[in-house]
Write a protein that binds this ligand. Structure first.
Ligand code: URA
Length: 310
């Protein structure tokens, strides 16, 4: 493509990767429009071109460079990103199909349909019975995210229905609410064989669907249950001791916030990390710490714990 080769004759793969990462970072902060000041004060104008992909799989956004002139926001910048780069920048920028639907039930259905009979990672051929999508109030203020389905969840098609689920239900009750009021999902939607920890690759493949679910539900607070959920959602690695006990600002990665004027804008939410219920079953002494974390969440949501019957 002539336009591209004229514009980016020397962009090496490293630079492209860095550019993609930087743009993704800005996108995650809600910034989508950029313009570039040319190096000299001489006006440079490159003809506007529609989004296009050249023979090497390099995608180009519409662009115009004009020195010293205020850019109209949508005409602004140019980004060139190789398809070989692990992240496809258009995945980041484009609105997801469910984002044109205002009913969250319908929107979640669209995501479920998109997931289909998923074969995107190896878990589909490692004995899963069914995909465990997520359950609960599609307008929940509070969302719990676990690691992945176990045997009971795989059999019933619903997250947290086994022993860990019973404990999670009790924790939710202790907060003074019902399970049906919250939304519950997992990082991976298929049962890892033998309940092993999902691999990074599996989490990375599956979590974009969870990010879309989060963007539909628009919770005020997400509670990440255990290290896998925490590390995947926060894209950081640390111990549970380091991760819990505080709030993080969270925005679902890869999702462009929809600023349709007829809906209140949702700009992400708070995220807290607590011990996974399965861990608490193994080490009940940590329940007090988990309860402290849940009280922090309740305070944030303006909730009061019910009085205990003695
Ligand atoms: N553990 C999880 O992380 N998720 C479930 O759904 C069940 C157990």
């Amino acid at each position: 493509m002539l336009f591209l080769s004229a514009m980016l004759p020397t962009l090496d793969p490293e630079l492209r990767r860095a550019l993609a990462a930087r743009i993704r970072y800005y996108n995650e902060m809600g910034i989508y429009d950029f313009y570039r000041r040319p190096p000299s004060d001489r006006a440079v104008e490159i003809a506007a071109a529609p989004i296009a992909v050249d023979e090497e799989g390099i995608a180009v956004l519409q662009q115009t460079f004009v020195t010293g002139v205020e850019m109209s926001p949508r005409k602004a910048t140019a980004v060139a990103v190789s398809r070989a780069v692990e992240e496809n920048i258009f995945e980041v920028i484009a609105l997801k199909p469910e984002q044109s639907v205002s009913d969250p039930v319908e929107a979640l259905k669209i995501i479920r349909e998109d997931l289909g009979d998923c074969t995107r990672c190896v878990l589909h051929k490692q004995g899963r019975k069914q995909i465990v999508f997520g359950v609960g109030n599609p307008k929940a203020e509070l969302m719990f995210v676990g690691e992945g389905p176990g045997a009971d969840e795989d059999a019933q098609g619903e997250p947290f229905v086994g022993r860990a689920g019973q404990l999670l239900n009790n924790m939710i009750k202790a907060m003074g609410i019902e399970r049906e009021q919250v939304y519950i999902a997992n990082i991976v939607k298929c049962r890892p064989p033998g309940n092993r920890t999902p691999e990074r690759e599996e989490c990375a493949t599956c979590s974009p669907f969870l990010m879309r679910q989060i963007a539909v539900v628009k919770p005020k607070v997400i509670v990440a249950l255990g290290a896998v959920a925490a590390k995947t959602l926060l894209a950081m690695s640390a111990s549970m001791m380091q991760l819990r006990g505080r709030f993080y600002e969270f925005r679902p990665a890869g999702i462009r916030m929809n600023d349709r004027s007829n809906e209140p804008r949702w700009d992400g939410c708070k995220l807290a990390v607590i011990y996974h219920p399965a861990f608490l079953l193994r080490d009940p002494r940590q329940k007090g710490e988990a309860w402290k974390d849940l009280q922090m969440v309740m305070k944030e949501l303006g909730m009061k714990a019910p009085k205990q019957n003695t």
